[in-house]
Structure formats: structure tokens, C-alpha cells
Design a protein around this ligand. Structure first.
Ligand SMILES: [Mn+2]
Length: 319
């Protein structure tokens, strides 16, 4: 960490990057790192090759995407919460070529590295950035505390995912003491729901199939298209399937186009859907994974359901 402070201090103009489809963690981490750089007297701009969409559009993020990125204007690039270079979008190539880069992240499985890489297995990148700023002795403001809390809360599903540790809670406690507005964050990220998705959920619920520990649903292209729904609206619908009593493994089929299905898998502790996703050339975590199936709906249902049923059978509740 000390080395990172030194590199930042030795620079003049810093560009901070976060990943496409920005979430609370990459927003909170990039915001807090850019705050630290500013406190060190640096000029800082933040770039994400994407827009802020709900639920994150409540954030006032002053120096995000305020100018065109020009590599000649910076002598240090920093990425936060970015595991794969692809997620940097149009900035990926220049970031990888640049001669002075810092990568700060909590994803161990990754392809993006910098000249200096700081990766630690944590529930969120915001935890790492919080400790960095704490170590720097820079005083964390209310705004920064709120943004770091956003990262900590979002990546742990409001402290409900299994990645949550006592450290996560201690850091959240520190951030509350520093004035983090936790009701603002948790209202927007975990409670607020637009009428559109509320109605969508009700309609989709009619077609849920439960089959001996496996729960699934199929969302057709027509359904999405006719109602103007996006994959964003579907959000974490698959988690809703997993929460149904009796469910061990859940899968959501989303028809992206004819003969192309996006598969989202979830399972309880003691089961493994990363293996299922791997069978269909996808990937992810033990309890949350995804893949894309190319083939007819009939084939997709047959093959994916078979693989999921195996995951139900191989799993064990008593872990
Ligand atoms: Mn993250």
C-alpha cells in the first residue's frame, strides 16, 4: 500500500477506471480512490465506458466521464474492481499498453494486471480502498464514506451473501461512524423497485417450474421485446427463484435471439453451479454462475435441466 501511495504522489495527473455495467463497488472504489488522489494534490478524472443506470443513478459523481480520455493528459492510470480487461471497454487497449498503471481489485480469478497490482481476496474492492485511505491518514468525508459503504453493501447483497466477513461488518461500522448515509444507499440499491419491473416479476412468476429441488423459468424474446424489458429489468430475478422454498438450484433461461439463451444459475450453499456453467462454456462462482446456450429451446431445456438436476443430486444441505 505504501508503494501505491508513493506512485500516486510521484504522478501529476491521474485517470481512474471502473468496469462497464458499473455496480456499487466499482463506483464506490473509483470515487474513493479519486478522492485520495485529489487529497494528494493530483488532478483526477474518472472514466467508465458506460452510463450510470438505475439503481446507481442517484449518485452525484462529479468527475465521472466529464471529458474525452486522452492518454497524453495523464501519467498514471488506476483501475478499481476490474477483473478482466474486456470490462474496460474502449479503454482496455490503452490501459494495458500504458507504462504506469495501478490495478486495485478483489477478484483473484482475473486477466487484468497493471505495472503495480494490488489484489486481495475480499468481499468488495471498497474494503481494500477503505483500508488504503485509512492507512494514508487522509480523513474520509461523509460523501466518501457513503460511496465506500455503497461498495461494501452492494457486493455483499446488503451483508447477506456468504462473502460477508466480520471485517466487512467492522468496515461498515467504521463507515457509519464516518457519516455514511446507509438509508440512502440501501433504499436505492435494495428496496426501490420501478413499477415496470414489479409488474414484470408478477407476470414471470406465473410460469415458474419447480422440479425436485430445481426451480427454473424461461423468458422468451417476445416477452422481453413486446414489453420493452431489458436484461437490466430482469436484474436478479434468478435469486427470487432460488429463494422459493424447496429450491436447491435455480436457473433462468433468457432467450436473447432465436436459438441463443443466456443462462443464469444460482444455488444454495453445499451445491455447485459453477460446474454446470462450465459444461456450457460459461463460468462464475460456486453459487452464482452464467453461460450462453446456442441451440433450440427444446435442446436448451433438455440439456441444461439435466445438468442442473445432477447438481441437485451431487449437492448436500449439511455443509
Ligand atoms: Mn466488486
Amino acid at each position: 500500500m505504501k508503494k501505491i501511495f508513493k506512485i500516486i504522489k510521484n504522478s501529476k495527473r491521474v485517470a481512474v477506471f471502473a468496469h462497464q455495467s458499473p455496480d456499487g463497488d466499482c463506483l464506490g472504489s473509483s470515487y474513493a480512490i479519486s478522492f485520495l488522489c485529489k487529497k494528494f494534490g493530483k488532478d483526477v478524472d474518472v472514466f467508465i465506458d458506460d452510463d450510470l443506470t438505475a439503481p446507481y443513478d442517484f449518485i452525484k459523481y462529479e468527475n465521472l466521464n466529464t471529458c474525452e480520455f486522452d492518454e497524453n493528459n495523464y501519467d498514471l492510470l488506476i483501475s478499481t474492481d476490474v477483473a478482466t480487461s474486456k470490462l474496460l471497454g474502449k479503454y482496455a487497449e490503452v490501459f494495458q499498453k500504458f507504462n504506469n498503471t495501478i490495478v486495485i481489485d478483489h477478484h483473484l480469478s482475473r486477466d487484468l494486471t497493471g505495472k503495480y497490482t494490488y489484489v486481495e481476496h475480499r468481499a468488495s474492492c471498497a474494503e481494500i480502498v477503505y483500508e488504503m485511505i485509512k492507512k494514508s491518514k487522509v480523513k474520509i468525508t461523509k460523501d466518501v464514506a457513503t460511496m465506500l459503504y455503497l461498495g461494501v453493501s452492494d457486493d455483499t447483497g446488503c451483508f447477506m451473501h456468504d462473502n460477508t466477513t466480520s471485517t466487512t461488518h467492522k468496515i461498515a461500522g467504521d463507515l457509519i461512524d464516518l457519516g455514511a448515509d446507509i438509508s440512502l444507499v440501501n433504499y436505492h440499491v435494495f428496496k426501490l423497485e420501478p413499477l415496470k419491473t414489479f409488474k414484470m416479476t408478477t407476470e414471470l412468476d406465473q410460469n415458474i417450474v419447480m422440479d425436485n429441488g430445481l426451480t427454473y423459468n424461461v423468458v422468451s424474446y417476445d416477452f422481453m421485446n413486446k414489453n420493452g424489458y431489458t436484461s437490466h429489468d430482469l436484474g436478479d430475478y434468478v435469486n427470487r427463484l432460488l429463494n422459493l422454498e424447496g429450491t436447491k438450484v435455480a436457473v433462468l433461461f433468457v432467450e436473447k435471439q432465436k436459438n441463443v439463451f443466456r443462462l443464469n444459475f444460482r444455488c444454495l450453499k453445499g451445491y455447485n453451479v459453477s460446474k454446470v456453467a462450465n459444461q456450457f462454456n460459461g463460468g462464475g462462482h460456486t453459487q452464482a454462475s452464467g453461460a450462453t446456450y446456442y441451440g433450440t429451446k427444446k435442446e436448451a431445456l433438455e440439456n441444461v435441466i439435466k445438468a442442473c438436476k445432477e447438481a441437485v443430486e451431487e449437492g448436500n444441505d449439511n455443509v
